[in-house]
Write a protein that binds this ligand. Structure first.
Ligand code: G3P
Length: 219
């Protein structure tokens, strides 16, 4: 099981890597736009150089040929770039084509187990169910991840499930329990995961006790 960061922010990525718990990054057009970088390609290249692991970058086009063209350009930026392709008919045709060229694909905007099957059959390396957005409309995002994981296991697909659209720490362990191979987290959720009041209380007690001891003794 792996954690990726769902961000295009360089300092967040550097922190996640420094903490030793992050091994990849996923971006989307909204996340990249937020960073206001001068060049999309230069920004993605910079992220890939820092991460040294899979970095998903999304195509903007909606027809097969344009998606493939965009994907080839993105893929030429760094060996670790994974192309994010939307779950559409054109998207699956583009996926098939890119996979035949050895370019890894992450199929995004996936909301049902049947869509995940389509992505796996088209040869995607990754499929990204949006847990939070399903919950937002009253559906069971984690349940969808669980069904996908079961289907992939029964039929021995190599496609990895990236649980995306994660809203809080509970989503993280529930997605892991449901069988997601990777969870892509907003930086805020990753930070929240460290917190527990008993850890803070425990740290304070250890340090207070130590201070009393060290006043009267040496090392
Ligand atoms: O990157 C895809 C996904 O993680 C987006 O999440 O929060 O916009 O629903 P969100």
């Amino acid at each position: 099981m792996k954690f990726f960061l769902d961000t295009a922010n360089i300092s967040e990525i550097k922190k996640g890597l420094e903490w030793g718990v992050v091994s990849g990054v996923t971006t989307n057009p909204s996340l990249v736009a937020k960073e206001n970088a001068d060049s999309f390609h230069d920004h993605v290249k910079k992220i890939a150089e820092i991460v040294q692991g899979p970095v998903s970058a999304e195509v903007i086009s909606t027809n097969v040929d344009k998606m493939v063209e965009e994907a080839r350009l993105l893929s030429s930026l760094d060996k670790n770039i994974v192309i994010k392709i939307p779950m559409t008919k054109d998207g699956m045709s583009a996926t098939k084509k890119l996979v035949s060229e050895g370019i890894p694909v992450n199929v995004t905007l996936v909301f049902s187990p049947q869509q995940a099957l389509l992505a796996a059959l088209a040869g995607a390396s990754y499929v990204s169910p949006f847990v939070g957005r399903l919950d937002d409309i009253g559906e069971d995002g984690i349940g969808v991840v669980r069904d996908m994981a079961k289907l992939f296991s029964i039929h021995e697909f190599d496609t990895k499930i990236i649980a995306a659209s994660i809203r809080h720490p509970r989503h993280v362990f529930e997605a892991a329990l449901a069988g997601a191979h990777i969870i892509t987290l907003p930086f805020k959720v990753l930070e929240q995961m460290f917190n527990h009041p008993l850890t803070d209380i425990g740290m304070k007690k250890f340090l207070d006790d130590w201070e009393v001891y060290i006043k009267h003794h040496g090392y």
